[in-house]
Design a protein around this ligand. Structure first.
Ligand code: TXA
Ligand code: MG
Length: 312
């Protein structure tokens, strides 16, 4: 296919078409409740290789595998009591668990980039769930953007970022959470948040007790958490109180801007609008971006994690 990707509403006909493409080893961009994912069958090395090519993603950065339910997850990874507790509380939803990969699981080695663990998520979005049901396959799906760029929270963002690298984009409207899933690693001695997200560390601690280390200090185990990521391609100034010369201002609460994450200071709304605002800033004529301070509570920690990397 040349030129642009085809964007279709996520109705029954396009979901069936998407399932055909996926079963044949192709790529489809699919909405989830967090961000749009670039999906391929996780059991096929050539299909997974296409994800890395389309995104321009370093091949040492492993992918999240999406499954429809706990039974499918347990065929791929080894669950203990803690993992089952988290699944019962947060699946389907915005929680990814890093667990020991089960021997003999039919997962292409490139998915895990050679690690003995695998990242699994059971998504809640009806379109992604319908695609999983129609394919009956585990689907590897990173965010549907060029590697290092701003993640897509709308179908248009996918088409802008990936162009013809993805033939079919299912349009499910704007993503409700708007920020990638929380990634939690369950280890022998305890647990750690590798990437903050919509499910907070406090929510996990309420079920599993205190984490091994302070959140975010896990370092190399989540190689996707490179310092510079989510880059809008312009200098970004954080904690701005007012707009400076040649800056596009992203406001929050009482601090106004060209756009606002949430005029009322609501953190869930801010998360859902984060990437939309960064895309608007990227398209703007101003050469720089200023962003108002966002409190670090609840999902604010995930927002600040992404903003810190966008500014790096
Ligand atoms: O919300 C989401 O999680 C979205 C939607 C599409 O589901 N997906 C997503 O995938 O954000 P991606 O590929 O952009 O992020 C994958 C992250 C990376 O930071 C990667 O390093 C980490 O998951 N990861 C994957 N497998 C891992 C493993 N075995 N151990 C540690 N980190 C892992
Ligand atoms: Mg990503």
């Amino acid at each position: 296919m040349t030129g642009k990707s085809q964007v279709h509403p996520a109705d029954a006909a396009s979901i069936a078409a998407a399932a055909d493409v996926l079963r044949a080893g192709g790529l489809v961009a699919v909405p989830t409740e967090t961000v749009y994912g670039l999906a391929a069958r996780a059991d096929s090395a050539p299909a997974v290789a296409q994800i890395y090519r389309a995104k321009g993603r370093p091949d040492f950065n492993p992918l999240i595998v999406h499954i429809p339910d706990l039974a499918a997850a347990e065929r791929i990874a080894i669950f203990d009591e803690r993992a089952r507790k988290l699944a019962a509380a947060f699946w389907p939803g915005a929680l990814t668990m890093v667990l020991p990969l089960r021997q003999g699981a039919e997962i292409a080695p490139a998915v895990t980039a050679g690690l003995p663990t695998i990242a699994l998520r059971c998504p809640a979005h009806p379109a992604m769930r319908a695609v999983l049901a129609a394919t009956q396959l585990p689907l590897a799906a990173p965010s549907a953007n060029r590697s290092g760029g701003v993640s897509p929270s709308r179908a248009e963002h996918v088409a802008e970022s990936l162009g013809s690298a993805v033939g079919l984009v299912l349009d499910g409207g704007p993503c409700a959470a708007g920020i990638e899933s929380t990634i939690v690693a369950l280890r022998d001695g305890g647990w750690q948040v590798l990437r903050p997200g919509p499910i907070t560390g406090e929510q996990i601690a309420a079920l599993l007790g205190s984490p091994l280390q302070p959140e975010g200090s896990a370092g190399i185990e989540a190689p996707g958490q490179l310092a510079s990521h989510y880059s809008p391609g312009k200098p970004v100034r954080l904690n701005a109180e007012c707009v400076g010369p040649d800056e596009f201002m992203i406001g929050f609460g009482g601090v106004a801007g060209d756009v606002s994450l949430s005029p009322s200071g609501d953190l869930a709304e801010a998360a859902s609008r984060l990437y939309d605002c960064l895309h608007a800033a990227q398209r703007a004529t101003q050469k720089r971006i200023a962003i108002a301070k966002v409190p670090d509570e609840g999902i604010g920690a995930a927002i600040n994690d992404r903003l810190g990397r966008a500014a790096a």
